[in-house]
Design a protein around this ligand. Sequence first.
Ligand code: NAD
Length: 389
Amino acid sequence: MTNPVSKWNYPTTVFFGVGRINELPAALASTGISNPLFVTDPGLAKLPVVASTLAILDAAKVPYGVFSDVKPNPVESNLTAGIEVFNKGGHDGVIAFGGGSALDLGKLIAFQAGQSRPVWDFEDIGDWWTRADADKIVPIVAVPTTAGTGSEVGRAGVITHEASHTKKVIFHPKMMPAIVIADPELTAGMPPFITAGTGMDALAHCLEAYCAPGYHPMADGIAVEGVRLVLENLPKAFHDGSDLIARANMMSAAAMGATAFQKGLGAIHSLSHPSGALYDTHHGMTNAVFMPYVLAFNREAIEERIERLAAYCGIEGGFDGFAAAIIRLREELKVPHTLPGLIKDLDMDATRKDLIAEMAIVDPTAGGNPLKLTKEGALRLLEGALTGT
Ligand code: NAD
């Protein structure tokens, strides 16, 4: 290689460890937030983990508002409603509390509440983010309760454009949370399906970032250790949700995946995004279904890289050994092998397949796939995930 060129970005402050949620008032104070809007989702809002976190704010006499109208795979009406509550309450920052859906929506409220342009003007395409009024973006403290998306360390929010059934990635460097509180105990209540799906999302991020072409040794290094952490800890967290060491390692792997994927993602995500937008499936689970098909599809471009990764993870058998380990992991986590196993009563006709393939090749993640993702290739991958071949 001659004259490598790249761009690196790793600026988030993370308070990591069991019990660190107690430092939420201090985190708010240090970011200058005096009246936060606490953004979470309706399922979490009913769980003790939200009540105990709000009790920490009450004890510290921090005034706050709560907004919990956040769908999994959030949509524009969630954002509009959140902005209204934010502005009515005179809030000066956001606590984004939850999985990727609540984290993203909280980040998008902080980003969008003061903007005059519609959110769709800030999609992560070229330098459209420069249209935003950066001074109007309020600070964010992010508190993840799943270990998968890594949204807490990212500069993007994903939101579904309902009219076109498209998941859009909205990007701005100032959407990056000022402080992350990564307390593994907050993830202990995740049911096994969510533990598996979110954990496989972290794996998809690490794996696709590592396989994406381009010069980024820092992302590569983070991604390989992220893969190792997932392989070692996800089954433990799945079988025993109270294993806080496994939960902590998965929380790290999630942040590592999102840190690494600034290098790029690939066809797992390119296919998962339209499938998730059209069928409202869980993002990480959908990634998990596509993973082995995409791995096999890209083989000629990534074989040597995967051999090194397998060796690092202590897996024998090179590429084939690694691919088999992914299949075994999926089986252990009860991940369906095909899309019909994930989506009830799925009946995908040729027009729908065509649409998904067309959406996949223009998805912003397609550019990171090690082999060029053509429509024919996307259709082949989709057929594989439909039939299990
Ligand atoms: P999620 O946020 O949609 O949550 C899934 C379910 O888990 C919800 O019902 C929620 O109430 C529940 N849950 C969350 N934490 C829990 C806990 N501790 N205990 C019990 N239940 C809990 O799921 P997710 O996978 O974390 O996020 C998916 C979203 O993130 C999608 O919209 C996806 O597109 C987006 N995403 C964003 C990025 C990014 O970089 N911003 C990256 C990947 C995915």
